[in-house]
Design a protein around this ligand. Structure first.
Ligand SMILES: CC(=O)SCCNC(=O)CCNC(=O)[C@H](O)C(C)(C)COP(=O)(O)OP(=O)(O)OC[C@H]1O[C@@H](n2cnc3c(N)ncnc32)[C@H](O)[C@@H]1OP(=O)(O)O
Length: 199
């Protein structure tokens, strides 16, 4: 490969799914979450950690292996990953956000904000929190709180009027500590499955 080809390839790998600068202005004082010690998106607590949008090159940084700690991912090829990344970027509204350990160049946490465009509420936007996961060897160090608060504040910053999530019963307390509430009479998650559950 010539030098120019290398440069083009580097640019390709570091391409972001969404503009990283929106993450710089999130105000953690707006969140009810308690951090001890205090950390935030811009100051995640160690110089080897960075909170940022998904990059195309995260295929090589263990992003899919991390997701497999959440649910079944199947065996996704680089081409499939690349095409999905491109489609998400073109369609907009997909804020896949990650924490990288720069010492090992590995993705250690992830959460997605999906923004839905609505007609109701004066053409409003609604956020959905999806696919939250922290690498098991990094759990219990506030990174779950950090990544969830990051995408929740991002939803607010983007103008969403609310943010919703589905979770297992045992995680209700975790999300309540971050500002999510079970609304009486309005907290049922229902699904219609079109395929056999692979697990
Ligand atoms: C909308 C969704 O995506 S729901 C799916 C959530 N993801 C998963 O279940 C995947 C597997 N689990 C994980 O990846 C992690 O355990 C996470 C993301 C749930 C939490 O990540 P962590 O980095 O361990 O969380 P963090 O250190 O920020 O913990 C925050 C608090 O929640 C509590 N907590 C964390 N996980 C759990 C759990 N599974 N059950 C009960 N409490 C929990 C912690 O004790 C901690 O409480 P404290 O602040 O009083 O000490």
């Amino acid at each position: 490969m010539g030098m120019e080809t290398h440069k083009t390839e580097d640019r390709h790998q570091s391409e972001y799914l969404y503009r990283p600068d929106i993450l710089q202005k999130l105000d953690f004082n707006k969140s009810p979450a308690v951090f001890n010690p205090r950390i935030s998106t811009v100051n995640p607590g160690a110089d080897w950690m960075v909170v940022r949008p998904l990059q195309r090159g995260d295929f090589d940084k263990g992003f899919l292996q991390l997701l497999s700690q959440l649910t079944s991912t199947g065996s996704i090829t680089r081409k499939q990953f690349d095409e999905r990344f491109t489609q998400m970027k073109i369609s907009g509204g997909h804020y896949v956000t990650v924490i990288e350990d720069k010492r090992s160049s590995k993705i250690i946490a992830a959460a997605t904000l999906t923004v839905e465009q609505k007609f109701i509420h004066n053409c409003s936007l609604r956020g959905r929190l999806e696919d939250v996961v922290v690498n098991d060897t990094y759990r219990g160090k506030q990174l779950g709180k950090l990544i969830v608060v990051t995408v929740s504040l991002l939803a607010q910053e983007l103008g969403c009027y609310k943010m919703s999530l589905d979770c297992k019963d045992k995680l209700i307390k975790f999300y309540e500590s971050l500002g999510y509430k079970l609304e009486p009479g309005n907290s049922n998650a229902m699904n219609m499955r079109f395929e056999e559950d692979p697990s």
